[in-house]
Design a protein. Structure first.
Lengths: 162, 500
């Protein structure tokens, strides 16, 4: 009887820990959300990606676009949550890698039919950082060689004209 | 008997090609300055390499092919068609060096798409591209929209009869001013004035939308160039969806429509002749075609019930339609959504709009409204001939800047070019199907490339076969130049091989 009770407890604990993950089936890709938008419409999804471009604050809310490498999706979240975003991706910066839990809309009624996610929770998976941009020696050398060739052609043209 | 081209022909072609290449090299100064301003040294270096290669090639051609002779028709047409090919290669050099394109062919695809104001893109990780390269992507649309030869005519050519031949070869057959060089300068003046106003409008909208000031004005300038020149590139991978803004959509619609109008119409409007917009056969045909194609799209979208309200259906349907009809290619839906949320009827409406295009002597592609108007007038005249008494004499006429009587030569010209476009759309679709794509998707993508639109339903991407990339490059090139200069170069190659 004691053994059975332990087994029931362990099973219950396993169900309780695995059920939420099974419901959300982990983070979902942008390609899956776009291709099978009707299946996910109105459901709670977990989506993760890099914050790119601008965080566009609109009153009490904000738009941030998250790219998972394939596509970028618009996420509508409270301005308070948006304050947690420190880096957004561009040429010089790698943006914060964020995980969003929220309601997915195939054609959002509130936002003119856009495909978007209304975020309820935001978690920073990894922080963004500035990307080191040192001058590439190959390019520098090539430009110098070409400059030399250009100078030579110019001199030759001058001689030819004379 | 077909005559083999002489060395003299090649020298003349080479000399004027060299001048145009130098003109193109000069334009690379702008991204270099942008790179230095934004402290993007590697991107600036990409353009320094690009400008050096261009100047080197231009100087070699000028030096080897030096001549005082003027261009004849054949030479003028060949210079134009070769200029676009050379511009593609040279414009692709800095793009390829950035590392955002998988191969040089992909960079060439992007450059041709930019110059031909198409907007199909093979860029990878666009959201991390430098300001310098992003500006170049949009700037080449601005250059290509006005015409590569128009740049050279405005800046480097002091006046010679060959200028007109090159101007015509670039798919423009209307002179606004008595002289093509003044016409070219007028086209640039109109474009630059609108560039300032459009950038301000979009920049302010961007700031109200919560963008950072520099970004909002940079995006404003880029989006203006892509909208007015009916190109369709955008600084971010999401295209117009990035902005999440109805106001931004409205402003871009206004700019796209302005870009789709004939530069002669702009001239009339600038001169205060506003009535021309209501009388002109092109603007009338354009608005009628917009109403018809939008009705088809709206019925299609309603049938599928893709959008939850009438307003959303209008907003999504009308934006994609205006973008397609003006041959811009901006989008507020993701590419795969064309297949999941749009039924075949809505897609046919969109393809029809893409195929028709905007006005002649504008930056748009496609068959164009003047030709559609002329063809319908000819049909009307023929129907009248059947209905009216045999002895009745009448002449159909239309208004295009002035009253013009319809004649067989006009109808023939309009029909031939329209037929070539239809053949080009179908050929591209067949090649797309050869690579295993379904008919509707192939036709969509082919029409988008040949009419220089830039909307995609998902075929265009870095992974597509190289042969299909080359097909679309040729379609973009032939569609932009409206065939004549492309046929001339084919004839020239044939004469080189078979001529005596």
């Amino acid at each position: 009887m004691k053994k059975n009770f332990k087994l029931i407890i362990i099973t219950l604990l396993l169900i309780l820990t695995l059920l939420p993950q099974a419901c959300f089936s982990g983070s979902i890709s942008s390609s899956e959300l776009i291709k099978n938008a009707k299946e996910h419409d109105g459901k709670v999804v977990i989506y993760s990606g890099e914050a790119i471009g601008d965080v566009m604050v609109r009153g009490e809310f904000a738009w941030v676009n998250l790219s998972d490498g394939d596509n970028a999706l618009g996420v509508w979240l409270s301005a308070e949550l948006a304050k947690d975003i420190k880096f957004t991706g561009n040429y010089k910066t790698r943006g914060d890698n964020l995980e969003i839990t929220g309601i997915f809309n195939r054609a959002c009624l509130e936002h003119g039919g856009d495909l978007d996610i209304h975020a309820q929770k935001l978690r920073r998976i990894s922080p963004g950082k500035e990307i080191n941009q040192s001058l590439q020696p190959d390019k520098k050398n090539l430009s110098l060689i070409l400059f030399g060739a250009l100078f030579l052609i110019w001199i030759l043209t001058l001689f030819r004209h004379k | 008997m077909i005559l083999k081209p002489r060395l003299e022909d090649l020298k003349i072609i080479g000399f004027y090609l060299g001048k145009i290449i130098l003109g193109l090299a000069f334009t690379m100064v702008i991204p270099i300055l942008t790179g230095l301003f934004c402290k993007e040294l590697n991107p600036a270096l990409d353009f320094i390499i690009g400008i050096e290669i261009s100047i080197l090639l231009g100087l070699i051609l000028l030096s080897v092919c030096r001549t005082d002779k003027d261009l004849n028709w054949m030479q003028g047409m060949i210079v134009v068609s070769l200029s676009w090919v050379v511009a593609m290669f040279l414009g692709a050099v800095p793009l390829y060096l950035s590392g955002h394109w998988k191969s040089f062919l992909d960079a060439c695809f992007e450059a041709m798409s930019g110059f031909a104001t198409t907007g199909l893109s093979l860029a990878q990780d666009l959201d991390h591209i430098s300001y310098t390269h992003n500006l170049w992507r949009h700037f080449i649309m601005f250059l290509g929209g006005q015409g590569i030869v128009v740049i050279a005519l405005s800046l480097f050519v002091r006046g010679f009869s060959g200028a007109f031949k090159m101007y015509i070869g670039e798919g423009r057959d209307e002179k606004i001013m008595p002289n093509v060089i003044h016409t070219s300068r007028f086209i640039w003046m109109v474009s630059i004035v609108y560039l300032v106003l459009g950038t301000l409008a979009l920049g302010i909208t961007g700031m109200f939308n919560g963008m950072k000031p520099f970004n909002s004005f940079f995006h404003g300038a880029c989006i203006f160039m892509a909208a007015f020149d009916t190109g369709g590139f955008s600084p971010q991978s999401q295209n117009i969806l990035y902005y999440h803004s109805f106001t931004y959509e409205l402003v871009t619609i206004a700019i796209m429509v302005l870009g789709a109008f004939n530069f002669r119409l702009h001239y009339h409007l600038w001169m205060g002749n506003r009535k021309e917009i209501f009388k002109n056969i092109e603007t009338r045909s354009f608005f009628i075609a917009v109403i018809i194609t939008f009705s088809i799209i709206a019925i299609g979208l309603r049938q599928l019930g893709s959008y939850p309200s009438a307003f959303i259906l209008f907003r999504k349907g009308f934006y994609q339609l205006v973008s397609a009809h003006t041959t811009t290619g901006f989008s507020t839906v993701y590419s795969p959504q064309f297949l999941s949320d749009w039924n075949p009827l809505a897609l046919i409406g969109l393809i029809l709009a893409m195929a028709l295009g905007g006005c002649v002597c504008s930056t748009t592609g496609g068959i164009k409204m003047l030709r559609i108007g002329i063809i319908f007038k000819a049909i009307k005249e023929d129907v009248k001939k059947i209905i009216m008494p045999e002895k009745a004499v009448f002449n159909e006429k239309f208004h295009h800047m002035k009253e013009v009587f319809l004649n067989d030569k006009l109808v023939r010209g309009a029909l031939i070019i329209s037929l070539f476009y239809i053949i080009l759309y179908i050929l591209g679709a067949l090649i797309g199907m050869f690579f295993g794509n379904p008919f509707m998707e192939s036709l969509f993508e082919s029409t988008s490339a040949a009419a220089n639109i830039g909307l995609s339903c998902g075929i265009t991407g870095p992974a597509m076969p190289a042969a299909l990339k080359i097909t679309y490059i040729i379609q973009m090139w032939a569609g932009r130049l409206e065939f004549m200069s492309v046929f001339t170069i084919l004839g020239f190659l044939y004469a080189t091989i078979k001529g005596r």
